[in-house]
Design a protein. Structure first.
Length: 332
């Protein structure tokens, strides 16, 4: 059976840099608190009128296509992971498809938040294994900054979440033992309201009301402490699950790319696994937490920096809203 491999990756980050000092002008926070609790020094926020989810995804996709050395028209399926699409309906996959001139091919949207890219990669992997598709564009893109509560009440989320896009091309390989070795997906809906955006909810009398706006239901709500405690357990567990499934040891990992939730979470996992610094990739310091986009952005940057080499064992892992979490082990 064929396996799938990532043949190219790209990313796009809005050019508007928002520093911790900039945030301190908007809410009661400060650079030292943010760095101590999250490791984030600055992040990117979109420019309204310039950046959209679609425009950012197009840029990331073009870079991934070029680096994969394929023609855009070779793409036969799109999987788009985002919880912040340009429209409420339809999903963002079709908008990206239209911009790339790929009308007619299938476009699927995935709404698993921070784990969205791992879920998307897992779906792409199954389609390629069965031979259904041969060049899948997998994207993670988010604009979180427009739904952050920038008052003191929302400051614990506002300092973390940010905007950006990443994309990869997945294609089949015949090389034995190479490509995506396995993916592992989990969720526990008992915790759905620990990290969520309540409105616009469809099961109300009207989908959008003045009351919802006044109650702040459109903003992201996060019980940071609970999320943190579950994240450190689930990240560790799902990484070990991927290793065990493939009879690999922690020491076999060449690079761990964790979802960039909070640098302190990544460091906790690194310490638990006893991995040296050069085996863990972090860029949250510059970009904040871009939800479904963190992993493809990190893959793209890690490739640029020569941190991923042919034959390396790469572990991806994510945890977030849902709760949903997952991992993927890739022999590059
Ligand atoms: O993407 C995946 C999903 N998300 C995550 O994985 C995020 C997981 N959670 C976290 O990263 C952390 O919980 C946060 C960074 C969000 C918050 O850090 P924390 O250490 O859990 O802080 P806390 O919410 O327990 O708040 C501690 C104190 C509180 O003050 P008091 O009550 O001790 O006086 C907060 O009011 O820090 C205060 N605080 C802040 N102070 C300055 C909360 N946010 C801020 C802030 N600036 N931005």
């Amino acid at each position: 059976m064929k396996t799938s491999r990532i043949t190219g990756a790209g990313h796009y980050l809005p050019d508007r840099i928002v520093t911790n000092d900039d945030l301190a002008q908007m809410m009661d926070t400060n650079h030292d608190w943010i760095v101590e609790r999250t490791g984030i020094e600055e992040r990117r926020w979109f420019t309204p009128g310039k950046d959209t989810i679609t425009s950012m995804a197009v840029e990331a996709a073009k870079m991934a296509i070029e680096r994969a050395g394929i023609k855009t028209l070779e793409i036969d399926f799109i999987i788009f992971a985002t919880i912040t699409p340009d429209y409420f309906i339809p999903g963002n996959g079709v908008l990206l498809q239209r911009e790339l001139g790929l009308q007619g091919i299938g476009a699927l949207d995935i709404r698993n938040a921070c784990s969205g890219f791992i879920y998307a990669l897992s779906v792409a992997d199954q389609y390629i294994k069965t031979g259904m598709y041969k060049a899948i564009l997998v994207v993670g893109a988010e604009i979180q900054s427009s739904a952050l509560d920038k008052s003191n009440e929302g400051r614990s989320s506002a300092v973390i979440f940010a905007d950006g896009a990443g994309a990869v091309i997945m294609q089949p390989t015949d090389s034995p033992g190479r490509g995506v070795l396995s993916t592992h997906l989990h969720a526990d809906g008992d915790f759905a309201e620990e990290l969520y955006v309540k409105d616009p909810g469809s099961s109300r009398e009207v989908r959008i009301s003045q009351e919802m706006i006044e109650e702040g239901g459109f903003n992201l709500h996060m019980n940071g402490n609970t999320v943190f405690k579950h994240a450190i357990v689930r990240f560790h567990e799902v990484i070990l699950e991927a290793l065990q499934a493939n009879k690999k040891d922690i020491a076999d990992i060449d690079l761990l790319i964790p979802h960039q939730a909070n640098l302190r979470i990544s460091q906790f996992i690194q310490q638990k696994l006893q991995l040296p610094d050069e085996k863990v990739f972090n860029n949250i310091m510059k970009y904040g937490n871009t939800t479904a986009a963190t992993i493809p952005i990190a893959i793209s940057e890690a490739m640029e920096l020569g941190r991923i080499k042919e034959g390396d064992l790469i572990c991806l892992a994510a945890f977030g809203s849902g709760f949903a979490w997952g991992s993927a082990l890739i022999q590059w």
